[in-house]
Design a protein around this ligand. Structure first.
Ligand SMILES: *Cc1c(COP(=O)(O)O)cnc(C)c1O
Length: 386
């Protein structure tokens, strides 16, 4: 039955579907009655936060919980400014970087205006764009047989720029593909942008990058003031549950975002944890190293199963299952392993698998091996029948 209130909703909202998160562990427990679950579905840091964060959270005085947090995030902005070599006025804090992405859309878009993103780009961009009534212009991705399968095609994106373009979103590296764009083509792209278009470079997975040609776009802010770089504590820093992220931009852009930022959008615990996480360089380095080694190992094992992986710079891999992915996803759930289907992106033969700890990855590979064996067994039985 159709929703009777839909006609009252803003036009942009009518066409939206809710964001589909990875299946929570508790939900799988309830639905399938399985236990000992591993979740490799939402690209969190499998090591969780480091000890410095846990100690800082325990040290919050009880009385602080009844007080509003520092809405201006003074200390955290100072620390982030030091991290990135910018002024604190360049930082906008958000309840997750998702919050910042929505603020950017609210501040710069409206109906009759356009924003550009790539096919297979992060699912939050179209939601943020359409919720404010603007038009999302989607550039076709690079072909599956290119160097960067399903990755951003910067010339296709440039071809969509019009008088009405206000925002362009590039996730670098991108989720769900894991693909990335290198410094030279990205700089050329930015140099070609008109004055009235802002480029948002989403570096949610930037900490994981090891390609020397990967640009940290914060370094380019002086030259390109129409650039906004977003970052998160949800991935390599291991704080996804606390919700905190931020943008780095010219102060003039940060000042505009501040006009629509909800007064206390970053909670006390997130503030405290983020500060401590920035100080724990060792935990970050360890997380990034483990990811690189395990990502290699998982990719090699998947290739051993005859599966093709998209080259990834993140803490996840996009894998072509060579068959419809939903039955494989479901069979893995029954073995207590949660991965991520990506049919909502139009990739119905692929699964996105987050890189876990070594024992978690062992379990994934074991379970996937069994599922693929069972499927090919069923296949050859059916074949023998005729
Ligand atoms: C996970 C992710 C984010 C981070 O979202 P938060 O709201 O900060 O948790 C942002 N961009 C991309 C591309 C992501 O995959």
């Amino acid at each position: 039955m159709s929703n009777p209130y839909l006609r009252l909703a803003a036009p942009g909202v009518r066409g939206l579907k809710p964001y589909q998160p990875g299946k929570p562990i508790s939900e799988l427990e309830r639905e399938y009655g399985v236990t000992n679950i591993i979740k490799l579905a939402s690209n969190e840091n499998p090591l969780g936060p480091g000890n410095r964060v846990l100690e800082a959270l325990r040290d919050i005085p009880d009385g602080e919980l009844s007080r509003y947090p520092d809405g201006g995030g003074f200390e955290l902005k100072q620390a982030l400014a030091r991290r990135h070599g910018v002024e604190p006025e360049c930082i906008t804090l958000g309840n997750g970087s998702n919050d910042v992405l929505v603020m950017i859309a609210e501040a710069f878009l409206q109906d009759s205006l356009e924003a550009i993103h790539s096919q297979y780009a992060f699912a939050v961009y179209p939601i943020a764009i359409q919720a404010v009534g603007a038009t999302a212009c989607v550039a076709p991705a690079l072909p599956a047989d290119s160097d960067s399968p399903y990755g951003h095609d910067l010339s296709a994106m440039a071809g969509l720029i019009s008088e009405r373009t206000r925002l362009i979103f590039i996730a670098n590296p991108n989720n769900p593909t894991g693909t990335w764009v290198r410094a030279e083509p990205l700089r050329t792209f930015i140099e070609g942008l008109p004055q009235h278009a802002l480029l948002v470079v989403d570096q949610a997975y930037g900490e994981y990058m090891d390609d020397p040609e990967y640009p940290d776009c914060v370094d380019w802010l002086d030259r390109f003031p129409n650039l906004i770089v977003t970052h998160t504590f949800s991935k390599a820093f291991g704080l996804a549950g606390l919700r905190i992220g931020y943008a780095v931009s010219a102060p003039a852009i940060a000042e505009i975002l501040d006009r629509i930022r909800q007064p206390f959008n970053v909670n006390l615990m997130a503030n405290v944890a983020a500060l401590a996480a920035l100080e724990d360089r060792q935990h970050l380095a360890h997380s990034v190293e483990m990811n690189a080694a395990e990502r290699d190992r998982v990719q090699t094992a998947l290739a051993g199963f005859g599966l093709h992986c998209v080259p990834s710079a993140g803490n996840f891999v996009l894998v072509d299952m060579g068959q419809p992915a939903m039955p494989v996803y479901d069979a893995l759930l029954r073995k207590s392993v949660i991965v991520r289907p990506v049919a909502n992106y139009g990739l119905d033969r692929h699964l996105r698998i987050s890189i876990g700890t070594p024992p978690e990855n062992d379990r994934l590979l074991q379970a996937l091996g069994e599922v693929l064996d069972a499927a090919s067994g069923a296949h050859s039985e059916a074949g023998n029948g005729d």
